[in-house]
Design a protein around this ligand. Structure first.
Ligand code: SF4
Ligand code: SF4
Length: 382
């Protein structure tokens, strides 16, 4: 499904939001966390409407609220018109880029993105070993940039799990790239996104199936590439969907540990991947639900480049997400996205452990995971 809108669609959504009695205000994690009325979805859409109509001039200051959105789609769940403020605001960011009034934190972002992706691809090859990579084959694994950068142990765990379930033929996609380009979309750099998507698609289509461990990459591949005229031309699965196909081969522990599952918003609300991670986990653990979960999940703060444009707010959103678990005495939170795992892990209180799905499976079923050489974590994040 393409998420692109015609100019008439955008104008209609902006008008509906502008005159709306703020029916979705409770759902926005950015405005709720900051307590700022100017950041509720209706106010952000009204701001963009004024910019588009020329009522307010395009300045960095006036465009600032457009960046206070993770694209999490929670507002859409409560919208009778099925409006998409996240996607429309990202479109507004592209306009801000064209007018030279993008967020100051994104200065030089195109070059920073490219340099980081090349560095991670190079370091990933060194760390995971060339034998784990292939440029074509049956099943390609695409962990996503944040997993390669901050969750390399999850890649090692994924391979240990693949071997345990008889999927030892899976190989890392040898593309010289690690990101499917979602951050470029979120930065409003649509031309660069299209160019990058073409390169990624060229590498992915040499595999019959590609397995993705980044909810934003999955969203970009399934929802945005087509709209930019880029065909992936191969089956694209989330890691949770792929592992759910093999879950029956996992050994069931004598005693099932209790774990919470955090739904990544791009995985649950855009890709509709809600049951597969629960199918895998419920076989080897007792799954507990957050108060807000499934289609109603709350964002961890990692989307929409919020960690770059409003890092304190992004971290506060992650802490807010985990507060419920801490208040209940703590425990283990499992998620299924490298970015969510990183954001939640770095903001977790002492009583809460956060693990990504492959590591959770390895831990819960006693699959040994080999240690990796030298950490990548000292590298500077782009
Ligand atoms: S997304 Fe829907 S509910 Fe939210 S402000 Fe816009 S019209 Fe109102
Ligand atoms: S997409 Fe999420 S962050 Fe953006 S306005 Fe809607 S609820 Fe808020």
């Amino acid at each position: 499904m393409s998420e692109r809108f015609t100019p008439a669609d955008v104008a209609k959504q902006l008008d509906y939001c502008t005159y709306c009695p703020k029916m979705c205000r409770h759902a926005c994690p950015v405005s709720t966390t900051t307590g700022r009325e100017t950041l509720i979805p209706q106010a952000k859409m009204d701001r963009l409407n004024k910019l588009r109509a020329g009522v307010s001039p395009w300045t960095t200051e006036n465009a600032d609220p457009l960046w206070a959105c993770t694209g999490c789609r929670h507002c859409t769940v409560y919208c009778d018109h099925a409006n998409e403020p996240g996607l429309v605001l990202f479109g507004g960011r592209a306009e801000a880029q064209r007018k030279g009034v993008a967020h100051p934190a994104l200065a030089g972002y195109a070059e920073r993105f490219r340099a980081r992706d090349e560095r991670l691809a190079r370091q990933g090859k060194e760390r995971f070993g060339a034998a784990r990579f292939a440029d074509s084959g049956q099943v390609g694994f695409w962990p996503g940039c944040d997993t390669v950068d901050k969750g390399a142990a999850d890649v090692a765990a994924a391979f240990a799990v693949f071997e345990r379930v008889g999927a030892e033929h899976v190989r890392l996609v040898d593309a010289g790239l690690t990101c499917a380009g979602y951050p470029l979309l979120a930065a409003g750099l649509t031309d660069l996104f299209r160019w990058h998507a073409g390169k990624v698609a060229g590498a992915l289509r040499r595999f019959r199936t590609v397995v993705i461990n980044c909810s934003a990459c999955l969203y970009a591949l399934r929802g945005q590439y087509d709209g930019e005229g880029v065909s992936v031309g191969t089956e694209v699965l989330s890691l949770a969907e792929f592992l759910a196909q093999h879950a029956s081969r996992l050994s069931v522990p004598a005693t099932k540990k209790s774990v919470y599952y955090h739904d990544p918003c791009y995985l649950a609300r855009y890709a509709g991947v809600i049951e597969p991670p629960r199918r895998v986990l419920s076989q080897i653990a007792t799954v507990r639900e957050f108060g807000w979960s499934r289609h109603d999940t709350e964002c961890c703060g990692g989307g929409g480049l919020l960690p770059k444009t409003a890092p304190a707010t992004a971290d506060a959103m992650a802490r807010r997400r985990l507060a419920e678990v801490a208040a209940g005495g703590g425990g283990t939170v499992v998620t299924s996205c490298g970015t969510c795992a990183f954001m939640l892990r770095r903001n977790a209180p002492a009583s809460v452990e956060v693990v990504d799905l492959p590591t959770a499976i390895a831990q819960l079923t006693d699959i040994p995971v080999p240690l990796l050489p030298a950490s990548l974590d000292d590298a500077t994040s782009g």
